[in-house]
Design a protein around this ligand. Sequence first.
Ligand code: PAF
Length: 193
Amino acid sequence: MPRPPMHTLDAVAALRQTVRDWKRQGLTVGLVPTMGALHEGHLSLARAALAQADRVIVSIFVNPTQFDNPSDLATYPRTWDDDRRLLADAGVHVLYAPTVAEMYPAGFATHVSVAGVSAGLCGAHRPGHFDGVATVVCKLFLQSQADMAFFGEKDFQQIHVVRRMAADLDIPIRLVACPTLREADGLAMSSRN
Ligand code: PAF
């Protein structure tokens, strides 16, 4: 049977309506949060989601609040056309790509800060980074109402921060940690490589 085309959505309301329709049909929903510049590691998360959930959303949002360095944000790779093609070929159902104004409308004033696990390691070198991650991931969870979310074990501290945040805020979502994919020389695959 031919695969239905992937839909690209950029608004919270449209995402909510789509997920509401899926849930009315009794379908489960998986979310793979990304910042784009997709590589085989992201695709392995999408494949894990497709194996476990009836419908899969991949989000692409280069989240400004998790960059402590403006030039890092400006030079972060953006490969929109390739990303769209890869996700459609993988059989992802929805690509959710909100604008910065959709994610952080004028007057936005709330931040999620996860004490303890955000300190040390990466958090010690990137002030505010994990607050930015926790805030945007919290919003993505609430916007998508997904039943499960898929993260790479590569970002070890990030998984712990997100797990703590979801547990503390009673967000009903199951987190699935997926193995790190590596280049032939052993380097963990990353959009920044
Ligand atoms: O791991 C990432 O790509 C980002 O930190 C995430 C989880 C998509 C939040 O912006």
